[in-house]
Each structure stands twice: as structure tokens, then as C-alpha cells.
Design a protein around this ligand. Sequence first.
Ligand code: FDA
Ligand code: KIV
Ligand code: MN
Length: 491
Amino acid sequence: MSTWLRLLNSWKLQTRFTLLNHINCIRYSSRISDELLDKARSIVGDNNFTISEAARLLHGRDESYHVPLPPDLILFPTSTKQVSEIAKLCTIHKIPMIPFGTGTGLEGGVGATRGGVTLNMTRMDQILEVSTDDLFATVRPGVTRSRLNNHIRDTGMWFPIDPGADASLCGMVVTSASGTNAVRYGTMKENVINMEVVLANGDVINTSGTDCRAKKSSAGYNLTGLFVGCEGTLGIMTAATLRLYGIPESVSSAVCSFPSVYDAISTATMVIQAGIPVARLEFLDDVMMSACNKYSGLSYDETASLFLEFHGSSNSVEEQAELAKEIAKDNNSGEFQWTTDPEERSRLWKARHDALYASKALLPGCEVYITDVCVPMSNLPDVIVKSKQAISESGCIAPIVGHVGDGNFHCCFLLKPGDNEELKKVREIAMWMGRLAISARGTCTGEHGVGRGKIQLVQEQYGEDGISLMRNIKFALDPDNIMNPGKVITL
Ligand SMILES: Cc1cc2c(cc1C)N(C[C@H](O)[C@H](O)[C@H](O)COP(=O)(O)OP(=O)(O)OC[C@H]1O[C@@H](n3cnc4c(N)ncnc43)[C@H](O)[C@@H]1O)c1[nH]c(=O)[nH]c(=O)c1N2
Ligand SMILES: CC(C)C(=O)C(=O)O
Ligand SMILES: [Mn+2]
């Protein structure tokens, strides 16, 4: 073996990988010719263009454990027309395009696996339309969830889908995101009416028809469904029309602790099976409860717990809570701490949304490898208990939190950066959990998407026929494989 290879092999896997990627990027940046640079600059203008090293590093990473993969060039388009021009240019030169929302993804989706051009969508930040009559809003990709809710606050409407990060709404659509309110309001999938998408060849389409804002439609193929969850591999989203809801008349929350994970999850399953229209139904294990108490200054029991929220008229909210309380009691619950106080409720849900940061704070400087399986409710107690078992046998620190009302939960494995042995061990456990979920008639990702981390599991979940159909769809829309290559499926 040559000295150069021996030297390279002596370096840690991660260092080797990062180094090779940088070489790749330098190689690819030579692929971005001066002619292409000038053309790109003329499309977006000098103020919406950068190739600085810092910007490239920043755009190559998201909130995941994946190695950052910097692009060669970052453009900040300000209109659909510019995005279309950029797509045409990249198609001619066969240069990869990677859309960037707010970089809160958890599966390395913004990494430039083959270099190329990142389109940072934040400067397309208009809220194009809000309809109180038809309960929808149309937003550009730079609009985040909280920005939209602040904008419509006085209309009596809100947009309920709430990942823990203040993500871009278009990023939430293309990762098919969800959050704590999904158990009552659905995920992004159920709340998209139309998407404006720029295809690889620069064509601009509306997935429900040119200007359709109907709540439902059976006109032609479901193009909206095709692009939701595509993670930028089929097109670049330049607008989304989303369902809005009336702000509930009354809201109450509750926290309830249990002597075991099994008791807590059995309660969650029975609450759903009893048809209680609960708005939020979240599980935190003992490790996560202790992490959240420390990080958010709470003082709840540090044992398996449920956080619940009820929406509706004041009578129905009271009745729902009573029913849930009875079910909890039948499963050996501790005190059912119920409140309507807005201050207390927002503290509780802020702590829940910060669960990832609370986990990270348990081991300062760590990276977090997050699983995201989702199974039918009847299989949830078994899958969570087995996962908790696997964590304790592994000796890893991995607080558990999840949207158990949907059958979805996360194990947040804390990783020491650069410890490849630990990364390998955690990856094996995560793969095992994904396979356990698939064998329990579930899915390897409930809401975080596939990105670069779950490609193998998706192949196992769909089998060769399913994956080859996905490849045919990808090839039909992106024959040169320049739309966010290396994510979701491999070609
Ligand atoms: C603390 C915390 C807590 C949570 C989460 C993250 C963090 C940091 N998330 C994950 C994350 O917020 C979620 O995946 C968002 O949908 C990502 O949106 P961004 O705009 O940040 O996408 P980001 O910029 O990270 O991109 C994600 C992917 O979408 C693509 N993309 C982005 N904008 C696009 C566009 N306009 N057109 C085409 N492709 C585009 C990118 O190329 C990439 O592949 C989450 N998620 C969840 O579902 N439920 C949850 O509870 C949480 N909780
Ligand atoms: C663990 C984080 C990323 C999450 O999805 C959640 O808090 O629900
Ligand atoms: Mn989640």
C-alpha cells in the first residue's frame, strides 16, 4: 500500500472523510467555471451571491450529526423567475442544486454531496396571501412557522404544525415534518393545499393546478403528494399554500408521571383508542425528564411521563381531561397535574420543544444522533420498551422523547465528536431500531425524513420494486441527478 494511502488510512474515518470532501469541493469548485459564476451572478445580482469559505461551511451543515459537506457557491434568489433561471443554468452545466431553508434538518439534507450550488431561500420571504374566508395562507420559502403565526395572530386563525425548531414552512413541507400538534391537526402532508415548484429544467408548476385553492381535489395525479417529503430531490419549492385553523376557544394542559415506560405508553395508546380528541400527547422518559428539568428549570417527577394538551370548548376540554385522567389512573399514574394557565402551559411546551437542546446539555460539546421511528399504536409499547432496553444494554446516554399520540418517538444518542467507535455502535442500534419498527408494521422515519442517514432503511422498507419506482420518478424529473443528489434514494 503506498505511503500516501497508509498515511490517509492512519487518520480517523471522520477526518479522512472531511478531508476528501474538501478535496472534492475544491475539485468541484474548479467545475464552477468563471463563465457559470458570471451568469449566476447576473441572475441574482452581486448582493445575493457568495463563495466565501465561511458561508460555504455554514451552508453545508444542518442540526444533524452528519459531516458538513460545503457547496461551491451560494445564491440567494429573490423570485421564482430567478430560481427557474438558476435551474436552467445548472441543467446546462450539470451542476448539483441544493435548496437551503433554515438548516434545522436532522438528516444532513443540505449537505452538498457532489459540491454544486446551494440556493438559500431565505430572501424569498413574502407572505403572499391569507384567506380568512377559506382558511389558508400562501407563503414563500423564506417564511418560518412563527413568522406566519405572528402575522395572522389577530385573525383568530393559526397554523398548528410545530416542529421543535422555528423552521421554514417550505422546508417543513419537503421534509414532511410534524410536531406535537400532529395528533389532532395532522402533519405537513395533510396541511398542504398547493405547492409552487421549480423543476430541474426550470419549468414552474403548481401541484394543485394553476390557481386551485380547493380544500380537496381528485383532478389528475396527486402532484402535491409527490413533492411533499421529496427533500429537494424532485424540485425546488418557491411557494406553499397551507391550511389554517381557528384558534381553539379553550386550551388546557396536563403532566402525568408513571412508574414505568410501559404504563405511560399503555395510557397513551388507550387515550387514542378511546377516541379522545387530544391535541398533544407527548412522552418523555426518566432521562429526558431530568434533562428538561435541568435545562428549563422545571421540577417534575423524573420518571416516565406524559405531557397532554386538550383543545375545544371549556366543557369539552374539561371532559377530555377527566377521561384521560381516568385512563392514566388505571395505569398506575401519579398525580394528573392539570392547568389552563397560559403561562404554565407555554413553559411546559417550550421545555418540550427544547428537548433536543436539553439532551445536548447533558454532555456539553456532544453531537446528537436522533432516531425517529413510528409504529401503529398497538405495537408502540413493545417497540419503545425494547428500544429503552437496547439503550441501557449499550451503555449509551440516549434520552427518549416522542409524539406518542402518533406512534412516533425519538432516542437522542449523545455522541462524543470524532469517536468513530461510538458512532459505529450507535449507528448499529439505530439501524436495529429502524428494522424493529419496520417489522412492527411501522416506518424508519416518522417526520425527520431520510436525508443521507436513512437511505438503506428506506430501501429495506420499500423493497426493490418500490425503490425502482422511486428511481424512475426521480429520473423522469431529474435525469441528470442534479436535484439535491445523494439524499432519500441512491441512483
Ligand atoms: C430542536 C429541533 C427540534 C425539531 C427539529 C429540529 C430541531 C433542530 N425538527 C427537524 C426540522 O426542524 C425539520 O426537518 C424541518 O422541516 C426542516 O426545515 P428547514 O427549513 O430547516 O430545512 P433545511 O434547510 O434543514 O432543509 C431540509 C431539507 O429540505 C430541503 N429544502 C429546504 N427548503 C427547500 C425548498 N424550498 N425546496 C426544496 N427543498 C428544500 C433541503 O435541501 C434539505 O434536504 C423536527 N422535525 C419534525 O418533523 N418534528 C419535530 O418535532 C422536530 N423537532
Ligand atoms: C428530538 C427533536 C429533534 C424532535 O423531533 C422533537 O423534539 O420532537
Ligand atoms: Mn419530533
